[in-house]
Ligand binder design. Sequence first.
Ligand SMILES: NC(=O)c1ccc[n+]([C@@H]2O[C@H](COP(=O)([O-])OP(=O)(O)OC[C@H]3O[C@@H](n4cnc5c(N)ncnc54)[C@H](OP(=O)(O)O)[C@@H]3O)[C@@H](O)[C@H]2O)c1
Length: 257
Amino acid sequence: MNNTIFITGASSGIGREVSKNFLQNGWNVVATARRLNLLKSIKLNKKEIIIKGGKIIPLKLDVTNKNILNKKITEYIKKNGVPDIIFLNAGTNFTNDKTISSSENTRKLFEVNFFGVLNCVDIFLPYLKRKKKQTQLIIMSSVAGYRGLPYSGAYCSSKAALINYAESIVNQSALHNIKVRVVNPGFIKTPLTDKNEFNMPLIITSDKAGKILYKKFLYSTKFEINLPNIFCIFMKFLRILPYSIYFKLTKLTLKKL
Ligand SMILES: NC(=O)c1ccc[n+]([C@@H]2O[C@H](COP(=O)([O-])OP(=O)(O)OC[C@H]3O[C@@H](n4cnc5c(N)ncnc54)[C@H](OP(=O)(O)O)[C@@H]3O)[C@@H](O)[C@H]2O)c1
């Protein structure tokens, strides 16, 4: 029987490319997002289907709607069993908002980026605890969650919350044979970053990101997955700078953004 990966935010960008890579390698992919038409367009050609045998299961899901999420995920699990990998990737950002984020906007972003992940974890958790085989629970965060960046109060804090949450639950989850991991990318070219008007250093294509993530999900066991590596090392370096230096640097970038 083919292994299965469940992915949120699979209709575009990183989630779509990860879906394609798993599908091309014979996995069943439960591809979820709000735009069902885009999920249905993730396809293999006939030859690939015969050789690999994986299939795509598109599910229209909004991660902020817990009732529907619960209904559809439970239905899926009862019929097909628990997936081997759960990749909670759905996320969003506001376009070039130069104001200090209001509580309303920040709450809206948290509903998708942070609580959207927790909604899924809540629903999967009882099934994962009963499953004998290990499951990977992979949370999409960002290097933007390492430290507060200019003009990104809502986005950075939602991603920082996810990193902290993942760090907090990793050992408890391991007791139930659930392997919690976090993905912290730098810049990847997707519809999300296409909205940015500033220069994005060392940006890579979503196609490349999909290939890297496929390999890291299957062949690395590290808690944190970074891509592209060099940019992420630079961001890790910023994380250890004292405030006195860090704020001087971010003040400089403020003028460029
Ligand atoms: N691109 C980067 O440089 C970068 C860097 C670090 C982290 N990330 C993170 O990577 C993840 C994917 O982003 P991306 O760059 O690939 O952007 P993207 O192409 O805009 O993809 C975002 C995905 O999330 C889905 N989504 C948004 N709101 C949703 C909701 N309420 N319910 C269900 N699905 C929802 C979208 O699907 P629908 O609109 O069809 O629902 C879409 O499939 C995000 O969490 C983002 O923060 C991206």
